[in-house]
Design a protein. Structure first.
Length: 237
């Protein structure tokens, strides 16, 4: 049943091409529905609950949206237009027509979803944590979601999570230190190359320029002009 529902959701979303905002809003509606008092809930099939929530969310957020006849086509006519009308109305009644989501509620819910995704990956088979994992798992959540998560780990899982965190931090610091060392080595090598090759060349150029300047000064000196002047011969009779 789970696989069939997942395939239905994947194919429907592939056809509909909805925005991420519509998807997150539909998840928020489902989340609100499941946290209502039990006596107010209607028994929904997971596939129909998804379909009703996504139709309502897309219509609420988007000015130009699909018609229910289009949604019937996206479901490969598994649900008729009349069926989708009925599911949509039933979902609106279960939500008591309270569809408005504030910016704060939306942001908190996104953080909650992201936290759950990264937590599931970390508790899985991944040995190390990425910087993004550490950033997400260390952020503060809304108190409502903190109370809802009630994260409890067995001692072995807690030790494993601590080991992953320590290993990831060590790898980050090692990478930073290695980068600094390699950068310093490159700078030192470049400075030595300048000292060995470039500075002597510059000094030789300066020496040549000084010699040329001295020669030019000697050419223009009065003594040189006097030496170049021919004295007339005196003839004594």
């Amino acid at each position: 049943m789970f696989r069939e529902t997942a395939n239905f959701i994947r194919k429907t979303l592939c056809k509909a091409q909805l925005s991420c905002s519509s998807l997150i809003c539909s998840l928020w509606y489902i989340d609100q529905y499941f946290h209502q008092p039990h006596e107010m809930r209607t028994q929904w099939h997971p596939r129909e609950l998804f379909l009703a929530s996504i139709v309502v969310a897309d219509k609420y957020l988007t000015d130009i949206t699909w018609l229910n006849a289009d949604w019937s086509e996206w479901t490969h006519h598994l649900y008729s237009t009349r069926d989708i009308n009925r599911l949509e109305m039933q979902f609106l009644e279960d939500m008591d027509f309270k569809l408005h989501v504030t910016e704060t509620e939306y942001s908190n819910f996104c953080s909650y979803l992201e936290f759950r995704v990264h937590l599931r990956q970390v508790v899985g088979n991944r040995f190390t944590l990425s910087y993004r994992d550490i950033d997400v798992l260390s952020q503060s959540l809304c108190p409502v979601y903190c109370e809802r998560l009630k994260i409890t780990l067995r001692p072995f899982e807690a030790m494993l999570l601590f080991a992953k965190t320590a290993t990831s931090l060590l790898m980050v610091y090692t990478a930073v230190i290695a980068t600094l060392i390699s950068t310093g080595y490159v700078i030192i090598q470049h400075a030595e190359w300048i000292h060995v090759h470039l500075i002597p060349h510059i000094e030789r150029e300066r020496l040549v320029m000084l010699l040329l300047s001295g020669i030019d000064m000697m050419k223009d000196s009065p003594l040189r002009r006097m030496g170049d002047t021919k004295m007339p011969l005196s003839i004594h009779m």
